[in-house]
Design a protein around this ligand. Structure first.
Ligand SMILES: O=c1ccn([C@@H]2O[C@H](COP(=O)(O)O)[C@@H](O)[C@H]2O)c(=O)[nH]1
Length: 238
């Protein structure tokens, strides 16, 4: 039996037609679709209609970060969209994470919709050690990510976003059932761009990532379907 495809493609565009075209061409080659701030601020919830008929789980990466009351209210709205995964920032604190997780649970039950996995972003993969220190994360990034992962887990988050470099530390801290969503994925043949903490798809998967978030190596390739197929091949899933 073929293992489940862990690749969620990041459809970072403002255009529903472009997102739908990519989703169409990548169906069968990716395990899920992710849209984030770029898409959601341009199109709102209505924009999801362009990508929800491909039979693939949807991940809305909103990285909520505000006071608990505000984030809980936003999480109620996100939950009603019926998506599989959504995000908030772990640095919003224990009370904020707990309020969001509870809001997702209550809203899913009330409207009989799928409860999204509530996933806490630890330290953005675009930050290297120096940049993380400059925003106040003192000490090794690895240790700070592990600390935030524990905070998220203790307050009801289903998992975290971390870079591939922290997977082993977080697994050791949080156990096998905590979902690790991992961007900062760069095949050896792709450009790194603004990602500072990255590994290849196979390295990240083999270290224990559950979800591999991959955008530009696929979406800006001359042939996105071929790029996705090449990644699947490297993962031994083709
Ligand atoms: O720490 C984080 C959190 C989220 N992301 C998101 O993942 C994708 C990565 O896209 P690439 O084109 O493969 O770099 C993008 O949507 C980010 O918003 C992240 O990269 N790092």
């Amino acid at each position: 039996m073929t293992a489940a495809n862990p690749v969620f493609v990041a459809l970072d565009t403002t255009e529903p037609d472009s997102a739908a075209a990519l989703a169409r061409t990548l169906t069968g080659k990716v395990g899920g679709l992710k849209v984030g701030l770029e898409y959601f601020t341009a199109n709102g919830p209505a924009g999801l209609s362009a990508i929800q008929d491909f039979g693939l789980p949807l991940f809305i990466d909103l990285k909520l970060h505000d006071i608990p009351n505000t984030v809980a209210a936003a999480m109620r709205s996100v939950t009603r969209l019926g998506v599989s995964i959504t995000t908030l920032h772990a640095s919003g604190g224990a009370e904020m994470i707990r309020a969001a997780a509870d809001a997702a649970t209550e809203t899913a039950a009330k409207y009989n919709v799928i409860r999204p996995q509530v996933i806490a972003v630890t330290i953005l993969t675009s930050l290297d050690q120096a940049a993380a220190e400059a925003v106040g994360f003192s000490g090794a990034v690895n240790d700070q990510v592990r600390r935030l992962a524990r905070l998220a887990q203790e307050n009801g988050a289903d998992g975290i976003v971390c870079s591939p470099l922290e997977i082993a530390a977080v697994r050791a801290e949080c156990g096998p059932d905590f979902t690790l969503v991992v961007p900062g994925i760069r095949p050896a043949w792709s450009e790194t761009g603004d990602q500072k903490r990255f590994l290849t798809p196979a390295e990240a998967r083999d270290t224990g990532a559950d979800v591999l978030v991959i955008g530009r190596p696929i979406t800006t390739a001359a042939d996105p379907a071929a790029a996705a197929a090449r990644i699947l091949d490297e993962l031994g899933l083709s």
